[in-house]
Design a protein. Structure first.
Length: 399
């Protein structure tokens, strides 16, 4: 199978910006966890007359929206006036559909509201699904011999009501702008400190700078960001230090796609350890990525020292139609060992319109694949196949 690798370039490149020391604030030591982020926003944030930054002070709505406007809409902000110090920023954000209704400027800015604002601002940007693929795939019901849709799960244990009416939180998490707490909560009603606000908005400012350089954030890799830089004919991958913009090419180049009908994306999933998509499957190892499989990956399972992968031949982008939209699917099941040795285990029957391979399972040493198909406009079904003797053997679900 053809590998789409080009020469690895080791030189670091282009600085988007240079962070300065935050030591000018007498209450923000260089060792403070947000020192670099505060310094990075030195053009947007000012301290207090006594020379302090007060990093642990809770941010008000007025303060957060003012900082946001300075970072996201600096030119628009220059043309606005108001009777209060925060009113120009409010007008700019309202004009960009980020705010509506009453504005309690002196109240703490809750995390949930930050998610709504940033999710609206960044909707349509790149970034990958930050949840494991298994959280969304069909579930095998062995007792009833059928495939069933998974129960919906919120991204965090305390955000079910919040997510039910908006995808803003998902957008923010996928963009790496907001994260949860170690206990699995997001705490949408909690406020944020000035240091936390600086960290959130520093990430936003860095991503805006990337977009101006035709780069898009994909996911976080240790202390780095994985980004895609898009040219007229090629899209290349880089690791970037967020606050300096120092960029290290990974040595991979892909044809720049203009037709998104197929639904295939350079990267479509990330579970905290792996990241995958049309560009292949990669594993985070500290601040770097290790290549597992350099061809398209729709789904995968690691079992022992092998990876089982749903893929398709290069330059083909198979899809199936559901609810007037095209969704990606795979046509092949392969296994890959640690040395990149690839074995084709089975290919779909091209005459069988039910074998749109979407989900992969390995149970008790056996390999199973789900095929998703539609019997009508909104009538989605799923069949289960066992990979045996080089072919897909239907177990149940086919019509």
């Amino acid at each position: 199978m053809k590998l789409r690798r080009i020469l690895l370039i080791f030189a670091a490149a282009v600085l988007l910006c240079t962070a300065v020391c935050a030591g000018d604030y007498k209450d923000v030591a260089d060792a403070h966890w947000a020192s670099e982020q505060i310094a990075y926003l030195s053009d947007e944030i000012t301290g207090y007359p006594d020379g302090t930054f007060q990093p642990d002070k809770t941010v008000t709505r007025a303060e957060f929206v003012s900082l946001l406007a300075r970072i996201a809409f600096p030119e628009e902000l220059k043309n606005e006036t108001g009777s209060t110090w925060w009113e120009p920023a409010f007008r700019v954000c309202e004009a960009n559909n980020l705010l509506s209704g009453t504005f309690g400027y002196s109240a703490p800015m809750p995390r949930g509201e930050i998610a709504n604002i940033l999710g609206t601002l960044c909707r349509g940007s790149d970034g990958v699904n930050a949840r494991a693929d298994a959280a969304e795939q069909f579930v095998i019901n062995w007792n009833e011999q059928r495939m069933q849709s998974p129960a919906w799960q919120p991204m965090f244990s305390d955000t079910a009501d919040f997510e039910m009416f908006s995808d803003a939180l998902c957008v923010c998490v996928n963009q790496g702008l907001l994260t949860g707490y170690p206990d699995g909560t997001f705490r949408p009603k909690n406020g944020v400190t000035r240091a936390e606000a600086a960290a959130i908005l520093a990430r936003l400012k860095a991503q805006i700078a990337l977009h101006k350089a035709d780069c898009a954030y994909i996911c976080t890799v240790g202390q780095n960001w994985l980004i895609a830089q898009t040219g007229k004919t090629e899209t290349s991958l880089h690791l970037v230090k967020p606050l300096t913009g120092e960029k290290t090419p990974l040595g991979f180049s892909f044809r720049t796609k203009t037709d998104e009908l197929a639904g295939w994306r350079l990267f479509s999933g990330s579970d905290g350890t792996y990241v995958w998509g049309e560009a292949g499957l990669y594993k985070r190892e500290g601040d770097t990525l290790r290549t597992i499989y350099p061809e398209p990956v729709l789904d995968f399972v690691q079992s022992g020292e092998r990876y089982y992968i749903l893929t398709h031949p290069e330059e083909e982008y198979p899809t199936y139609l559901y609810a007037a939209m095209y969704y990606p699917c795979a046509t092949q099941v392969v296994s890959v060992d640690w040395d990149w040795n690839t074995t084709l285990l089975a290919s779909r029957d091209e005459s069988n319109n039910m074998q749109n391979l979407t989900d992969l399972y390995v149970e008790n040493g056996k390999i199973y694949v789900a095929g998703t198909y539609c019997m009508g406009m909104m009538d989605v079904h799923c069949a289960l196949y066992e990979v045996t003797d080089g072919k897909l053997t239907a177990l149940f679900g086919e019509y």
